[in-house]
Design a protein around this ligand. Sequence first.
Ligand SMILES: [Zn+2]
Ligand SMILES: [Zn+2]
Length: 285
Amino acid sequence: MFVDSHAHIDGEEYDSDRGEVVERAREAGVSAILNVGTGDPHSGSLERAVEVAEKYDDIYAAVGVHPHDARLFDDATERRIQGILKQTSRIIAWGEIGLDYHYDNSPRDIQREVFARQLRLALKTGLPVIIHSRDADEDTVAILRAELKETGRSGVMHCFGGGSWMMESVLELGFMISFAGNVTFKKAGDLRDVARRVPLERLLIETDCPFLTPVPFRGRRNEPARVIEVARCLAELRDLTTEEIGRVTTENFQRLFNVKLKDSIKPPVEEPDRRDPGIHRNIIN
Ligand SMILES: [Zn+2]
Ligand SMILES: [Zn+2]
């Protein structure tokens, strides 16, 4: 049993075969997908992410404004997100929010301001946060400490790509750490060293699809069924089975996002009584 804790399957990349993508995930043992809405918040992209979660039982949604689009965040955006939150019970996280100094699609000062503002909004709603941090780890941690440290609230560092300092800093803040397909890449030795040391009870897995297709499927569109390759990689690093990584990360997902997945609460299987004296006698005879 596996959970894809971060996917973007509401996008047009999946318009022609979304149902099949979801079905393939189910067949592979993926029992839940957290679909994260991104894009221009005025364009209807966040509503679209929620629509997918309303349609499928095993898909949840997160809404928030990505650091790329921070320059588009305004009072109307805030009202819009609050309106969406009132209309559905499928939203289990605020995100993805954070800082991206790699692409710098929005000015950095605006990214920082919008990040802090959304953390405060998330606190008010009670939702855990999904954090995106690229080439901005020091500022990300500084803002998380300033806004969250006293509150005891946390979330997940998604698509983790940081080093030991980042890992320790976010663990100290109570965060979970989620690994995506990039942990399987040949050149990701340093990242795998970090992945080996994250406490099991803080570990999550994700695809971040359609991006970051794991080895051995690189070059193709990614999809939630591939989250198993991430689990397989972590299992090798930690000397566990792929199923054990699946089980632990599924439990972590339920704890962090406060959801109960149907398949995870199966009653214990009763062993048939093989000591039935009648049958026993027949076998002996
Ligand atoms: Zn991201
Ligand atoms: Zn993402």
